[in-house]
Design a protein around this ligand. Structure first.
Ligand code: NAD
Length: 363
């Protein structure tokens, strides 16, 4: 009998996050029943001004279980908006929050839950994935603060692909690549574990084909279903394990220069992956395999380009002189990344992303 320990020992920590998922075209029909299952009878509906009609429809569906609507959700959850929504929830005696919309709207419901503990029922209409995470974000004095708190994880999520039919194709693509980014970084996360890696890889398999079909036929319900399935898997990955350089860069570019969230993810991802390629070989193999590409980084770039998505930071309005400042900010506050993060390395990465150069495997 061998007495020495095996050379490679599988070792990980996995914590399942509790949430109930109702998925499918027409799943919204279960809304009232799902609110009742939460033990709630006075739901405050939260939406963004652009989704006012969807919010009104939810109020109608809830009937006597609706306590009204707050339709002021905004990108990055400004603190004054959060406070107004919290005040409304208190004033109407809400005992739950129903959030219908993208990540900005889910974020506002989380801000309410953070201080009140109200349960959230989330109905996502983009592919951002916030509905599956215990991560909140709030912006105060131009600074975005984020944190994790079990109270903000939605208790129930209704994924109804019919609600995503109105999401324009271009936004569907970048939002879908935002979900892909969660899957990619989950595969080389410091907390990577076998279950989440399976989920992330499946998300990477589901999303690209679905996005290709959405570009051709935005009203294809089957493609919409598969994209929303991929978004769910991306959200699970994001909620379960820590992210790395890519998310940090997007956070910096979004927070400091106000670049659009999903588009920024789309442009930066191939370059962040190229940066990490030499330090995360197994993850790269899994990403490339799921995409059906020879290289993870180039495969992600080609995917974005083939879907007509932006591939350069310049096209998002970045100026070349902002690269230095972004690189400086991105290396502040040390955080995990498979390859050590250096200012020079990040500057080069950002230059490539600025120009929209197709990445080689490593920079
Ligand atoms: P978003 O919620 O701002 O929505 C983007 C745009 O899509 C908006 O103009 C919105 O009105 C529109 N829209 C949404 N659904 C639509 C539909 N079905 N039809 C037509 N238009 C629709 O953006 P997002 O990309 O969904 O989310 C980004 C925000 O979420 C960022 O602030 C990001 O930081 C946050 N986020 C947080 C987490 C988390 O875990 N906390 C995860 C992902 C994203």
């Amino acid at each position: 009998m061998p007495t020495s320990a095996p050379k490679a020992v599988l070792s990980f920590l996995y914590e399942a996050l509790p949430s109930r998922v109702v998925f499918g075209a027409g799943a919204l029909d279960a809304l009232t029943e799902e609110v009742a299952k939460l033990g709630a009878s006075r739901a405050l509906v939260v939406c963004a001004p652009e989704q006012r009609a969807m919010g009104a429809d939810i109020v109608l569906k809830l009937g006597a279980r609706s306590a009204g609507v707050f339709d002021g959700a905004m990108m990055h959850v400004p603190i004054d908006v959060a406070q107004a929504a919290r005040e409304k929830a208190r004033r109407v005696g809400a005992d739950c929050c129903v959030a219908i919309g993208g990540g900005s709207t889910t974020g506002l419901a989380k801000a309410i839950a953070l201080t009140s503990g109200l349960p959230i029922l989330a109905i996502p209409t983009t592919y951002a994935g916030s509905e599956m995470t215990p991560i909140w974000g709030l912006t105060e004095g131009g600074l975005k603060k984020t944190g994790r708190d079990a109270r903000v994880l939605p208790k129930t999520v209704i994924y109804d692909p019919a609600l995503t039919l109105s999401l324009p194709a271009a936004l569907s693509v970048t939002s879908g690549i935002n979900a892909i980014a969660h899957c990619v970084e989950a595969l080389y996360s410091k907390d990577a574990n076998p279950i989440i890696s399976l989920i992330a890889e499946e998300g990477l398999r589901a999303m690209p084909g679905a996005l290709g079909e959405i570009v051709k036929r935005p009203s294809d319900l089957d493609a919409r279903s598969r994209a929303l399935y991929g978004a769910w898997l991306g959200g699970v990955s994001l909620g379960a394990v820590g992210m790395a350089l890519h998310h940090k860069l997007c956070h910096t570019l979004g927070g400091t220069f106000n670049f659009p969230h999903a588009e920024t993810h789309t442009v930066v991802l191939p370059h962040a992956v190229a940066y990490n390629a030499s330090a995360a070989r197994e993850a790269m193999d899994r990403i490339a395999r799921a995409l059906g590409a020879d290289s993870a980084a180039a495969g992600l770039y080609d995917l974005a380009a083939s879907l007509g998505a932006p591939v350069s930071l310049a096209s998002l309005g970045m100026r070349r002189e902002q690269i230095e400042q972004a690189a400086e900010l991105a290396v502040q506050n040390p955080y995990y990344n498979p390859r050590p993060v250096t200012r020079e390395g990040v500057r080069k990465l950002l230059e490539n992303a600025f120009d929209g150069t197709r990445p080689a495997d490593s920079v």
